[in-house]
Design a protein around this ligand. Structure first.
Ligand code: ZN
Length: 244
């Protein structure tokens, strides 16, 4: 069974389309949250995602901010401005779709837990390093957990003597040991933050028990032009080309 895992689309339609055409076929699509926020196409991205009928659709902190479920006082000023703008853009249908997204999903048949932030705090917590991963291994019971939110692709393995950090090279499968426990981040479709501006997504082959990161170039200038035309903060356009 081939799974395509997407996270943190952030209303970036050009990045989403590039990823979808690169990924082409899959058995199921799993989405780890933050369909909107930062980017210029919230309505379009929610509708596009809905049309794909993801088997898993999680809520992220920016989705909740756009719905008014969480307040944006802890966001930086640019993220806050984008959240307010996004709130004005979303139609009733998109609001309903985002409201239906869940904070945490467990798939016992695959021994997989899925969250946006962390198993401990599914919406808000960032797993930024091995220490954060180590604490979070105590907060889910399955062998693997997929998470997003940091916009940085990474694999953490729970080993006997601590948590190992395993980097992923695009296009090179990482084999998952059976019986071992992993926290896995597919990176961000619409706003990568690991210094590589290309859109990121993950292919998870459940039978072969391996994950493969993919990076896809997309027309960043087109997204930047839309961000500026919408009078969103210019830094949100600039950061896309640095992958930060
Ligand atoms: Zn995000």
């Amino acid at each position: 069974m081939q799974i395509v895992v997407l996270s943190d689309i952030h209303a970036n339609m050009e990045a989403l389309e590039a990823v979808l055409s690169h990924a082409s076929g899959w058995d199921e699509l799993w989405f780890l949250g933050d369909a909107v926020g930062y980017g210029p196409d919230p309505e379009g991205c929610v509708e596009r995602l809905a049309a794909l009928e993801p088997a898993v659709w999680l809520a992220g902190n920016h989705d909740h901010a756009a719905l008014g479920i969480i307040d944006t006082s802890e966001f930086n000023p640019e993220a806050r401005r984008a959240a307010e703008w996004t709130r004005e853009q979303l139609g009733e249908r998109s609001r309903e779709r985002l409201s239906a997204a869940r904070p945490r999903v467990e798939l016992p048949e695959h021994s997989i837990t899925l969250v946006h932030g962390s198993p401990r705090q599914p919406i808000r917590e960032y797993i930024l390093n091995a220490a954060g991963a180590a604490e979070n291994f105590e907060h889910f019971a399955t062998e693997r957990c997929l998470f997003g939110h940091t916009h940085v692709p990474i694999v953490y393995l729970q080993a006997v003597d601590g948590v190992l950090r395993i980097g992923m090279e695009p296009g090179i499968p990482v084999a998952l040991e059976p019986e071992s426990r992993y926290l896995i981040n597919p990176g961000s479709v619409g706003q990568p933050r690991d210094g590589d501006p290309r859109a990121a997504y993950l292919r998870f082959d459940l039978q072969a028990c391996e994950v493969t990161l993919h990076r896809v170039a997309y027309p960043i200038e087109a997204t930047q032009t839309k961000i500026l035309a919408a009078e969103l903060p210019p830094r949100l356009a600039a950061r896309l080309e640095y992958g930060w």
